[in-house]
Design a protein around this ligand. Structure first.
Ligand SMILES: Cc1ncc(COP(=O)(O)O)c(C=O)c1O
Length: 370
């Protein structure tokens, strides 16, 4: 009998332990062969010219903005429904985040609202579409608006390793793409880590310099950078996960299909919608639920771990309200944050566990609550 359904699970193998142990023995901990191999394998896997390993997804976003020349006072358009880092990367450069509402079905940036916000923004410089929960945003629409307003497209692909939009990998469609390897992501490096990808050699060079104190290959410091490097242990760990990430995306899709089918007849639950052009990798399986908070505590009593991603829209966080001159009303995201709940999701979830979660949801709405 299923008693506990964990929210997520992380793959650790003997191979990973051996790989990282051999880095320990090598004595070479930064800027070595593991990072070089990880970058080149990542670029090959996702069909992109350049991959630059960095210390986190936040670092990747921050370096992407800097490499793209985003400066103090420039407007960076982004969906209000995302993790805080999408905004903090821009705000730490003193750029101005401009918050855009999201599509009520896919939860990704609403292209009509993007166009409206771009047309009003003073100094529009970049747009950061977020492939939220593992489903690519409407990249065709984003590209159209970006071309019209001269925006650099920086994809926040932190939740979307191996997702595809019209056959192309998420993160490789815009000018730059940013990935996170935070432990709960679809692949990790065994701690914090990130990757910035681009087909543009100049942007890649700029990112490489900026991650390493602004130092060029000749050893001269030509930019003001910081230390955003990814170390050798993590690169070694990441190389192993990279080999599986495509399969894990497929396994997550299979588990999502089980939930979809099982929850189709529960009228109080809205299951995720997948756009035709997208191959979703379900970093998170998020439903909209009536009486969300009561449902969560009922599920917790039945041993089911759940989460909320995210409890607040970006423009509602106190620090943002304080720092950004005016915050808009964004009705879709403001409604969503009170209704969404993330159910357990990882590649190794089994049918019995999905059944346990769904049966508990049915019991809740069927009146079996305490
Ligand atoms: C959408 C999104 N953007 C940015 C980040 C930041 O990545 P990290 O935690 O690796 O800095 C994350 C992950 O936490 C994320 O989910």
């Amino acid at each position: 009998m299923v008693e506990h359904v964990p929210f997520t699970e992380i793959h650790v193998s003997d191979d990973i332990v051996d790989r990282t142990a051999s880095v320990v023995r090598s004595g070479r901990y930064v800027d070595g062969p593991e990072l070089e191999a990880f970058e080149s394998e990542f670029a090959d896997a996702f069909d992109v010219e350049h991959a630059v390993g960095v210390s986190s997804g936040t670092s990747a976003l921050s370096l992407a903005l800097r490499a793209a020349g985003v400066d103090e006072g420039d407007a960076v358009l982004m969906p209000a429904h995302t993790f805080f880092a999408t905004a903090s990367a821009a705000m730490n450069l003193d750029a101005k985040p401009v918050f855009v509402d999201v599509d009520p079905e896919t939860y990704a940036i609403d292209v009509d609202d993007l166009e409206a916000k771009a047309s009003f923004a003073a100094r529009p410089a970049a747009v950061v579409p977020v492939h939220i929960y593992g489903q690519p945003a409407d990249m065709e629409g984003v590209r159209r608006v970006a071309d019209e307003y001269g925006l650099t497209v920086i994809e926040d692909s932190c939740q979307a390793h191996a997702a595809r939009y019209d056959g192309e990998y998420a993160g490789t469609i815009g000018d730059l793409g940013c990935f996170s390897f935070y432990p709960s992501k679809n692949m990790t490096v065994g701690g914090d880590g990130g990757m910035l990808v681009t087909d543009d050699a100049e942007l890649a060079d700029a990112a490489r310099r900026l991650r390493n104190q602004g130092r060029n290959p000749a050893g001269v410091h030509v930019d003001l950078g910081l230390n955003y490097r990814l170390d050798e242990f993590k690169a070694a760990f990441g190389r192993e996960h990279l080999q599986h990430v495509e399969d894990w995306g497929r396994m997550r899709r299979e588990n999502a299909a089980l939930y979809d089918e099982r929850l189709a007849d529960v009228p109080q639950i809205t299951t995720p919608t997948v756009a035709e052009e997208c191959e979703h990798v379900y970093h998170l399986y998020v439903v909209q639920a009536d009486e969300r908070d009561a449902l969560r505590s009922f599920l917790s009593d039945r041993g089911v771990e759940t989460g909320i991603h995210y409890e607040h829209a970006l423009h509602q966080h106190p620090v943002i309200v304080e720092e950004v001159d005016s915050t808009p009303r964004l009705p879709v995201v403001e409604r969503l944050v009170d209704q969404i709940v993330s159910l357990p999701m990882h590649p190794w979830l089994d049918e019995r566990e999905v059944e346990h979660v769904c049966a508990a949801i049915e019991d809740f709405y069927g009146g079996e609550r305490p």
